[in-house]
Ligand binder design. Structure first.
Ligand SMILES: [Zn+2]
Length: 236
């Protein structure tokens, strides 16, 4: 009876250590995953920026082309000035030149605005590229540390799993099954201390008779409230 209880205590201690190592390892994996998610998020923004820039640069090229045409137009119309015969014709040509210059100015303004827009996006692009590089650098650095930690904890885990298996092999299969089910269902606490007439797993009072029989330790008992296996500390 004592023997079984001691084995169960040892088993639970090992299982709790195993759980906490496994949780730490999951934490390492999650941390690595976070870098990947973060990099993917920034990459997505970068792709979007690149796509937008392609459109803006097409617009810019179109505006440049229109501007060249408009400048040619001014030169062409101005070229007609020396051949002008009448005052009326002269006024008409001047008006035409004036309009062409206005159109030219408008195009220049549009081009400037477009170029401004492009330069803002290019700045964004630069920042995102830098951010991506930073994430990559940090990820490389940290993943070296994490894989080292993973290796160390793998060893610790294996040692405890081996120890756990040999302790488990000494317990009666039915008791082991009961313990394992409780360990899973009761948050890693299958075996608890009973003190002052109460179960310390759920803090409920135990029937007095049961508590007294626990003190005599005749068989392994379960808490009637949470079903955990109970043990008592020997009072001297
Ligand atoms: Zn209980």
């Amino acid at each position: 009876m004592h023997e079984k209880m001691n084995l169960l205590k040892e088993l639970q201690e090992l299982d709790q250590e195993i759980s906490s190592i496994e949780a730490a390892q999951q934490g390492y994996r999650d941390e690595l995953e976070t870098f990947k998610t973060e990099a993917a998020r920034v990459q997505e923004m970068l792709d979007e920026l690149n796509g937008e820039l392609v459109f803006l640069q097409q617009d810019e090229a179109q505006l440049q082309q229109n501007l060249l045409k408009e400048r040619d137009n001014i030169v062409r119309v101005e070229g007609r000035l020396p051949e002008i015969q009448t005052q009326k014709e002269y006024v008409a040509v001047l008006k035409e030149i004036d309009m062409a210059k206005k159109a030219n100015n408008e195009l220049e303004e549009q081009l400037q605005a477009k170029q401004q827009e492009i330069s803002v996006l290019e700045q964004d692009q630069l920042e995102k590229e830098e951010e991506l590089e930073n994430i990559g650098g940090k990820a490389n650095e940290r993943s070296a540390e994490l894989s080292e930690l993973m290796g160390e904890t793998d060893n610790a885990l294996q040692k405890r799993r081996d120890a756990r298996d040999s302790v488990a092999a000494e317990l009666p299969p039915a008791l082991l099954r009961k313990y394992q089910t409780l360990f899973k269902r009761r948050g890693g606490l299958a075996l608890v201390l009973a003190r002052n007439g109460a179960c310390l797993g759920c803090n409920m009072k135990l029937p007095p008779q049961q508590f007294n029989s626990l003190l005599r330790v005749t068989e392994i008992q379960s808490c009637p409230h949470c079903n955990r296996l109970l043990y008592v500390e020997k009072q001297s």
